[in-house]
Design a protein. Structure first.
Lengths: 192, 228
């Protein structure tokens, strides 16, 4: 019954303490919000916590949703704010990627059987660099590239969600990829 | 768009990202491909942007795609906003804060106003107020058209003893019998002046005898001057 309703209608029902309606919103958006948080934070556990907190914050803020923006925009805004809060907390605790990447963080990378160990190591290190470079991007640029790559949204959808002109979305994505390229070129991955 | 080779800038940034993400129209794609075949710097730029894009794509595919979506648990009971929290949320919105402040102020003013209006002390004060001693005014009233107030006053005065002096002013003594009526002389006092249909005439104004003590009397010589 709830699957056929629009996001805005579900929010209206959820405002009336209909937990099933809000549950349907969570089911529709949990993967995308998790992807957004992963791309913004770069770590699974941080992304999981941020996504959880974002949905709880959204439930508490149902009364403030006036319907003048799309539900997707509203959820994205909450999730991005939650990610920024998480990053600020991490900065306060002096937990940044440079400290973690010394080896204290375990990361599972399943390599193809045909790949040599050197190749596997190279790839793991490259992924690590990409993760660091993306997370280090300015928030407005990072948000666009994460929404495009992780949430697999079209330019039009990003434009509507962020309430930005289409050309601005494309320009920001271009700038983000340009900066990423420069960062990756500065730190080449050495193959042992 | 600027490229690493410091060549002339080509304004194809939007077209590059649209092409890379396969969101260009057929016409845009054709136009961009024709330009790439003619512009070496844009080709290098396109290659660099594509490389960065696929690095992110690889990261997403290798690290994020295999992850299961974590279950989201909403504490529906605990997450419901309490009364105090909902009141606090009201005041976090500037417009609502201003409206709430205005409403509280209006209620406060209304409360004070109503309290003073309904105060029993106020009513008692009103009833205990003594009429101010004002000079009596005796206008000439036409006998053929006595005013209703005069008739009422006449009846009341007729009930008074002949040698009585009321605190409301000098009353013309009236005969017990109403048959032989003297020429009506209407005495206008402070209490019935407002009910009068005619304005009092100053020609017949009589100053009341002023018996109040004056400061000058305290310093007057023996025998002092008499009051008016």
């Amino acid at each position: 019954m709830y699957r056929e309703k629009s996001d805005e209608r579900l929010v209206e029902l959820a405002k009336g303490h209909d937990s099933e309606a809000f549950g349907e919103i969570v089911r529709r958006w949990e993967r995308k919000i998790f992807a957004l948080c992963f791309g913004m934070l770069g770590r699974e556990d941080d992304a999981r916590d941020a996504a959880q907190e974002a949905f709880v914050a959204a439930y508490k803020a149902l009364g403030n949703f006036r319907g003048d923006a799309k539900v997707s925009s509203w959820l994205h805004r909450i999730a991005v704010n939650q990610c920024l809060t998480t990053k600020r907390r991490q900065k306060t605790r002096a937990e940044d990627f440079l400290v973690d990447e010394d080896g204290s963080e375990e990361r599972v990378f399943i390599a193809s059987p045909s790949q040599s160990p050197a190749r596997v190591t190279e790839q793991a290190e490259r992924l690590q660099l990409v993760r660091q470079a993306v997370v280090a991007l300015p928030s407005d640029l990072k948000q666009v590239i994460v929404m495009k790559e992780f949430e697999e949204m079209t330019f039009q959808e990003i434009s509507e969600t962020l309430d930005l002109p289409l050309s601005t979305v494309k320009s920001r994505l271009y700038t983000a990829l340009k900066q990423l390229k420069m960062k990756l070129e500065r730190t080449p991955v050495e193959v042992v | 768009m600027l490229n690493n080779g410091n060549n002339k800038a080509c304004d194809f940034a939007d077209e590059i990202v649209s092409y890379i993400y396969d969101e260009a129209t057929v016409a845009e794609r054709s136009k961009f491909e024709r330009h790439l075949s003619a512009c070496g710097s844009c080709t290098d730029e396109f290659a660099a942007i594509s490389d960065a894009r696929f690095a992110v794509f690889d990261w997403q595919r290798e690290e994020f795609a295999p992850l299961a979506t974590p279950p989201i648990r909403i504490p529906y009971d605990a997450a419901e906003v309490g009364f105090i929290e909902s009141v606090r949320l009201w005041f976090t919105i500037p417009a609502m804060s201003a409206g709430a402040a205005l409403l509280i102020l209006s209620l406060g003013v209304a409360y004070v106003f109503l309290r003073n209006a309904d105060s029993p002390d106020m009513a008692a004060n009103v009833s205990s107020m003594k009429p101010v001693d004002m000079p009596s005014i005796s206008p000439e009233v036409r006998a053929d058209k006595p005013s209703p107030d005069v008739a009422t006053a006449r009846e009341k005065v007729s009930e008074l003893p002949s040698d009585s002096e009321s605190s409301q002013g000098t009353a013309t003594p009236r005969r017990a019998s109403s048959k032989a009526r003297p020429k009506p002389t209407r005495i206008v006092t402070a209490n019935n002046a407002v009910r009068s249909n005619r304005a009092p005439s100053l020609a017949t104004y009589q100053d009341p005898e002023d018996k109040s003590l004056r400061l000058s009397d305290l310093f007057a010589d023996d025998g002092g001057r008499s009051d008016k």
